[in-house]
Design a protein around this ligand. Structure first.
Ligand SMILES: NC(=O)c1ccc[n+]([C@@H]2O[C@H](COP(=O)([O-])OP(=O)(O)OC[C@H]3O[C@@H](n4cnc5c(N)ncnc54)[C@H](O)[C@@H]3O)[C@@H](O)[C@H]2O)c1
Length: 428
């Protein structure tokens, strides 16, 4: 069977590769013609995905890409991996999912399977997406075509995370839809986790992400509490995680980033409101996590004051622009909030990130577009009054910062491994 995967981003591309390497012929569809031509030419546009395998699979005829949705006619299954962002008022923006549904519908045939993978609130697949597909095709889900939801569990930048080995939760609109989805995913994924319906699968994904958001908020809060008690939260977590049961470590940081954890919980919060329910954990975790950049900047001001310097006018180097270590993805990165806050307080800011050589234009931070990562050498780094470590990429030599910089504010505890003069490193 051939399959089509719509949305060739951080989730869709690894999924394409996994199906293709399992022997399934994959058609990648995207509205972005640059991605399509890159794939057909065997090039990668995601740093942690090497071009070599793309090239091999394209040459072997297992993988091709297109912007032409009519080609959906020739596949047995269509998997949707398009963005699900939030609007400015934190309401879900389903426009990408629904537009994709509209593009699929005219080409949908009897017997085909459509699976939504994008994270969303419970009910999206069997209500909103189903309506668009049925309206545009004249066919009925569960009778004429199969419909399912199976959430993506991609961990970008983690070399041990392999799509084939990550268990895949699947919910079908009907038992026959589930059976069809299991048959498709069974070709490429080792462990399938069938659940009762699409809603349950959608809810499972949200639980996973709410769990992270809430636990990160907890350690972010404890960081402040323990600091006030002269206790190092990092040492506390290292000690607590030796417990062989009932504990799982989460780590504090400068705030949440990425396309999932800062966003997905609010899909649930929105849906909960529709049914008269509250999501106080989600809201509280959001508040705590969103307040982190302010706290980090306050700590930086205190660290500068210890050296008789003011934040206003200080030259500050932000180290790490991506939202997590060892990736180039800067979506929702708290580093942007830090840059904005520092600039607003009159600091002279610059950044260094080995994975983000220049800031691309974005809808949320257009004013930083074109700013370049500063060079990594002693005269440049030592010319800053302080280095603020936001993300701890492995590609950075932290001992050099300890040697070169007069002051370091570390939100990741990465300087713990380095030798630095007393008073130089401030944890934040
Ligand atoms: N990035 C992650 O680590 C991750 C992990 C788990 C789940 N998810 C979820 O997966 C979904 C996709 O996220 P992503 O990170 O891959 O996004 P992405 O922005 O990297 O990729 C989405 C792709 O969809 C394309 N696209 C947008 N509208 C389209 C349309 N109408 N038709 C065809 N293509 C279209 C875009 O051009 C882009 O290439 C989201 O719901 C996200 O929450 C992401």
């Amino acid at each position: 069977m051939n399959i089509a995967i719509i949305g060739l981003g951080y989730v869709g591309l690894p999924l394409c590769l996994q199906f293709a390497r399992s022997g399934v012929r994959v058609l990648g569809l995207d509205t972005d013609a640059n991605k399509v031509s890159a794939l057909n030419a065997g090039r990668s546009y995601i740093k942690h995905i090497p071009a070599g395998e793309i090239k091999k699979l394209v040459r072997a005829g297992k993988l091709s890409a297109s912007t032409d949705f009519e080609q959906i006619k020739s596949v047995g299954a269509v998997l949707i991996c398009v963005p699900t962002p939030l609007k400015k008022n934190r309401a879900p923006d389903l426009s990408f999912v629904l537009n994709t549904g509209k593009s699929i519908a005219p080409h949908l045939r009897r017997g085909q399977l459509v699976v939504l993978e994008s994270t969303t609130y419970p009910g999206t697949t069997e209500n909103e997406l189903r309506a668009v597909l049925e309206r545009g095709s004249g066919l009925k889900a569960g009778r004429d075509f199969h419909l399912a939801f199976s959430p993506e569990r991609e961990d970008p930048g983690n070399p041990r995370s392999k799509v084939a080995d990550i268990p895949k939760v699947i919910g079908g609109y009907t038992p026959a839809c589930l059976a069809a989805a299991k048959k498709v995913y069974g070709q490429a994924i080792r462990t399938l986790v069938p659940v009762d319906n699409c809603r349950t699968a959608e809810a499972a994904k949200l639980l996973e992400n709410v769990f992270r958001g809430v636990n990160i908020a907890l350690v972010n809060e404890l960081k402040g509490v323990y600091a006030a008690l002269d206790i190092d939260v990092w040492e506390v977590i290292a000690a607590a995680k030796t417990k062989p049961f009932g504990f799982m470590p989460f780590y504090p940081g400068p705030g949440l980033g990425g396309h999932c954890i800062p966003i997905d919980p609010f899909y649930l919060a929105w849906k909960a409101r529709q049914v008269g329910q509250e999501t106080r954990f989600v809201e509280l975790a959001g508040e705590i996590n969103r307040a982190m950049p302010e706290k980090v900047v306050a700590r930086l001001a205190m660290a500068l004051a210890s050296q008789k310097k003011k934040l206003r006018g200080a030259r500050v180097l932000l180290l790490g622009l991506a939202y997590k270590a060892n990736v180039e993805d800067d979506r929702e990165s708290p580093s942007y909030r830090l840059l904005d806050l520092l600039a607003a307080r009159g600091a002279d800011v610059a950044y260094h990130d080995p994975h983000v050589p220049v800031i691309k234009p974005t809808r949320d931070h257009p004013h930083w577009a074109g700013t370049k990562s500063v060079k990594w050498n002693r005269p440049t780094i030592s010319s800053f009054d302080a280095v603020l470590i936001s993300i701890a990429h492995d590609a950075v030599n932290y001992q050099q910062i300890a040697d070169w910089s007069p002051l370091i504010v570390d939100t990741r505890n990465v300087m713990a491994k380095c030798k630095a003069a007393p008073g130089k490193v401030w944890k934040a």
